[in-house]
Ligand binder design. Structure first.
Ligand code: ADP
Ligand code: MG
Ligand code: ZN
Length: 481
């Protein structure tokens, strides 16, 4: 029997505000334990919450970017449960009147054959809520510590419809979601700092069956790769269980990355009844349409629209366009190159491969690149004009990183101008042929690859500066005779 996986994701992102959702405490990351706390976020009796306007605006902006229907009227509710990281014993969240209702995200998902297919993932809702504190157990012998700095930090919980059908699609959805939220600057979406967290709901059903299977919720997923691995594991575990005649129980499972497996944490019977009720300290209120329309006007071109424009305007491949637009700064860098008048294809290749390779090696972000797009375009121009070949250009790029000089200057100073003088190249080719009789024999016996050794010898002879096209032409001609 074949099975179809059904997946829905719940994503929490921290909204980029200076202060917390209901008090004036700072949201600064990495401060001393409990430095950013006050009677409101510690839940002292008599303290009163006030909604952070900026958090609300960012929440609306995110909702608009996710094509959500923004509420006309909204309210906050208390979600009751007891845990040491939650001093009020309730979390202020939104229950039946969330700031953002139904929405959708279009993703391009890569099929096993390498083609991209457009897919729509529904958004059920995206609501505001406060974060809880953080319990610290590690390295503490007698008991645990609690840090309430994170308590009360604004989060947007984005709940997807169960529209995702594979672990790969879940990965692609998360990538698209993160890109959108970063483009609209509502969150830095840094999983390492906990500003993006994801829980995955997974079930399987016999192919063709309409009714969903019983779902399992997976927590403790610290990277998109982990989400993908955990979902894949869970799909296989559920299928194997069903095939063995076992019933899937609705439960929460934790991903253990060391063991590459999920383990049961709690079953549905142990699940909380949160007893949601409207927070009497925060009355329901109406959003003005002017506010929402004003925010809508500030939305930038979003990643998918940008990718599609790159494909149409610059003839980029889908792969290149989607990769470049995953990060707005990278997309801007590429466009900066193109604006200098160089070929878009070369600009895309050099940005995505050579530039990113050096940046990764030096652990630098694209914004911190010592080679700005204008300078990379200068290097590309030299390749286009035939002044230097691609191999030399890579060395020049390395030099640009360390010295900060332009490609022009480096090429002049080091005498790296490509040799296109056929007489000179011919001599080098003759010398290489004479020095590599074995390779010549192999080539004549039909082994195309043998040519590599001879070309290598020519390049060595010319200090890597020979025009590869001319070398090949001369070499082919000489060997035909
Ligand atoms: P709960 O009440 O348990 O929180 P919800 O209905 O709120 O469940 O859904 C939570 C998440 O689980 C959503 O992202 C939703 O898309 C997803 N989901 C719901 N039912 C299923 C299912 N049968 N299989 C997989 N995911 C599901
Ligand atoms: Mg839920
Ligand atoms: Zn506070």
């Amino acid at each position: 029997m074949t099975y179809e996986p059904v997946i829905g994701l719940e994503v929490h992102v921290q909204l980029k505000t200076k202060s917390k959702l209901f008090c004036a405490c700072s949201t600064e990351f990495g401060a001393e334990g409990n430095a950013h706390t006050c009677p409101v976020c510690l839940g002292w009796p008599g303290s009163l919450p006030v909604v952070n306007e900026q958090a609300l605006k960012l929440g609306i902006k995110a909702g608009l970017a996710l094509n959500c229907k923004v509420a006309e009227r909204l309210k906050f509710d208390r979600k009751n449960y007891f845990y040491p990281d939650l001093p009020k014993a309730y979390q202020i969240s939104q229950y039946d009147m969330p700031v953002n209702g139904r929405g959708e995200v279009l993703i391009e998902t890569k099929m096993p054959d390498g083609k991209f297919v457009e897919k729509k993932i529904g958004i059920t809702r995206a609501h505001l809520e406060e974060d809880a504190g953080k319990l610290l157990h590690e390295g503490i012998v007698d008991g645990s510590l609690v840090d309430y700095n994170r308590g009360g930090v604004p989060l947007l919980e984005i709940v997807s419809e169960p529209d995702i059908r594979s672990a790969q699609e879940a990965y692609d959805y998360l990538t698209a979601l993160k890109a959108i939220l970063q483009y609209v600057e509502v969150s830095d979406c840094d999983m390492e700092k906990g500003s993006l967290r994801c829980d995955a709901n997974v079930s399987v059903r016999p192919a063709g069956q309409e009714k969903f299977g019983t779902k399992v919720e997976i927590k403790n997923l610290n990277s998109f790769k982990m989400v993908q691995k955990a979902i894949q594991y869970e799909i296989e575990r559920q299928i194997a269980a069903i095939e063995d005649g076992e019933a899937i129980v609705q439960e929460t499972r934790l991903w253990n990355d060391t063991k590459s497996a999920t383990f049961s944490m709690r079953s549905k019977e142990e699940a909380h009844d949160y007893r949601y009720f409207p927070d009497p300290d925060l009355v329901a209120f109406t959003l003005s349409r002017e506010l929402v329309d004003g925010i809508k006007k500030t939305l930038p071109e979003l990643p998918l629209a940008k990718a599609r424009r790159f494909i149409k305007e610059f003839g980029l491949s889908e792969y290149d366009a989607y990769t470049l637009t995953e990060d707005k700064k990278l997309a801007d860098y590429f466009e900066g190159c193109v604006k200098e008048g160089v070929s878009a294809k070369l600009a895309s290749n050099w940005t995505l491969t050579e530039l990113l390779a050096v940046l990764n090696e030096k652990k630098l972000s694209i914004e911190a690149s010592p080679v700005p797009s204008q300078k990379l375009a200068g290097l590309i121009r030299l390749i286009e004009q035939g002044t230097i070949n691609g191999k030399i250009a890579k060395d020049v790029l390395g030099e640009m990183f360390t010295s900060g000089k332009t490609a022009d200057v480096i090429v002049k100073e080091k005498g790296l101008v490509q040799v296109s003088d056929t007489g000179l190249i011919e001599k080098a080719v003759e010398k290489a042929i004479a020095a590599n009789p074995n390779a010549v024999a192999e080539f004549k016996a039909g082994k195309q690859k043998a040519l590599g050794a001879i070309v290598g010898a020519v390049m060595k002879e010319t200090g890597g500066k020979a025009n590869p096209k001319i070398v090949n032409e001369i070499l082919q001609k000489k060997l035909q005779n």
